[in-house]
Design a binder for this molecule. Structure first.
Ligand SMILES: Cc1cc2nc3c(=O)[nH]c(=O)nc-3n(C[C@H](O)[C@H](O)[C@H](O)COP(=O)(O)OP(=O)(O)OC[C@H]3O[C@@H](n4cnc5c(N)ncnc54)[C@H](O)[C@@H]3O)c2cc1C
Length: 384
């Protein structure tokens, strides 16, 4: 018997799940709130680890295509101190495919392939335990029934309340993102500063990093410790209102330049020349996040274990998607399906719990009163 399976969310977790099921000739309904694949900017480049994201792509039969698209040279990493002195300069070694980078848009298109995603379908609620299965309600008032609903709908999951009362909390660290385009032609000095991969500078409770994406696009991230409402309490030097208007890009730029005041001019140029600023306070779920198994509903990726962005979230999301798909494909009947999901959850919780601990400790060191703590962290993880 074929199960009625839905996955909510067409991010890395949901698409990998659907693509691996597709490879096993199983039907899956992919429900995504965005009206189209390119409705939003896809976000920064991702490094896919050999034992995580790349393993998942192997299970989807997409490793060769990934190798053709990805940028192994993007593994390069340079660390400067606040006065611009180069402290470390790691280059990717020839043939090193441990963590090659890929643009999120390219990864999404690779995973999408033949999948038939239902775009513009915002889920509002999932109700397990009804007589006919699991009920899914949509923002447009429609509803549908499935045997298994997989919540791969990210940090603010609408599926999560069906299994858990946990909600994300603020880490105390905020990230503001900006970007540069055509860096090699329009900003050759910054292109040299960034190199083939990333450059980062660590100060007291703050850091600034820039990362190459393909096509000369660069993402710049300013990270700092601050209360969630930091922008409302800033005293402006002009204008009638207290506080910073986050929609006012020039005001955000000025406040960041003040925050990083005294850092080397080329480093500050990353902020001076950035276009459009996005405010992203970092939230996490309590870790480890587990729940009492609920037949017919489970979670993947950020919906299950939102953690600090230290290069693991998308990788875990993809591997979980692939593993759950394989488990579901191997389950012949309804009873087997539930047992397969239960066993998958145990495995996911154990692994994600370890990564949540590592990334939480990592964030403490990267945004720390002691900038040397960040350097020591990189020395531990970079190949010598
Ligand atoms: C600045 C930054 C840098 C990062 N860098 C890395 C990195 O280098 N490597 C790495 O592994 N991870 C990285 N991460 C983490 C990574 O982005 C996430 O862990 C990953 O995107 C999680 O994938 P997901 O599929 O679980 O969720 P998401 O990517 O959030 O996808 C969820 C999908 O669900 C859809 N959705 C949401 N609500 C609904 C609804 N109600 N109905 C229908 N659809 C819905 C959304 O539109 C979206 O398409 C980074 C994160 C940040 C913030």
């Amino acid at each position: 018997m074929r199960h009625r399976i839905a996955v909510v969310g067409a991010g890395p977790a949901g698409l990998t799940f659907a693509r691996v099921l597709h490879r096993h000739d199983h039907r899956v309904t992919v429900l995504e709130r965005d009206p189209a694949p390119d409705a939003r900017p896809p976000g920064g480049s991702l490094d896919l680890h050999e034992g995580l994201g790349q393993l998942a792509l192997g299970k989807a039969g997409l490793l060769a295509e990934f190798e053709a698209l990805s940028r192994p040279e993007g593994q390069a990493m340079r660390i400067l101190d606040a006065d611009g002195t180069v402290l470390r300069d790691w280059q990717a070694r020839p043939g090193d495919r441990a963590n090659p980078e890929i643009d999120r848009g390219q990864l999404r298109d690779l995973l999408l392939g033949p999948l038939d995603v239902q775009w513009g379908r915002r889920v509002t609620e999932v109700v397990p335990g009804t007589r006919d299965g699991v009920l899914v309600r949509f923002a447009d008032g429609r509803q549908e029934m499935f045997d298994l609903v997989v919540g791969a709908d990210g940090a603010w999951s609408r599926v999560r309340p069906a299994v858990s009362s946990a909600t994300p909390h603020y880490t105390g660290v905020t990230l503001v993102e900006t970007s540069l385009d055509d860096v090699d032609t329009r900003h050759p000095d910054l292109a040299r500063l960034i190199g083939d991969g990333s450059v980062a500078v660590y100060g007291v409770n703050r850091n600034l990093a820039a990362q190459r994406n393909s096509g000369g696009h660069v993402k710049v991230y300013a990270q700092f410790r601050a209360p969630l409402d930091w922008h409302t309490t800033l005293v402006r030097h002009s204008g009638p209102d207290a506080g910073l208007d986050l929609a006012d890009g020039e005001a955000v730029r000025s406040s960041l330049l003040a925050l990083f005041d005294g850092w080397a001019a080329p480093v500050l140029d990353l902020l001076r020349r950035g276009t459009a600023f996005a405010h992203r306070p970092l939230y996490v779920l309590p870790a480890p996040h587990t729940w009492t198994h609920v037949p017919g509903v489970t979670l993947l990726g950020d919906a299950a274990h939102l953690m600090p962005p230290l290069g693991a979230g998308a990788n875990l999301a993809m591997l979980e998607g692939a593993e759950l798909a394989e488990a579901v494909a191997a389950a012949p009947g309804p009873g087997d399906l539930d047992e397969a999901v239960r066993a998958f959850e145990e495995q996911m919780w154990a692994r994600a719990g370890r990564w949540a601990e590592m990334t939480t400790a990592g964030l403490e060191r990267l945004v720390s009163p002691d900038p040397a703590a960040a350097l020591a962290l990189f020395d531990e993880v970079q190949p010598s």
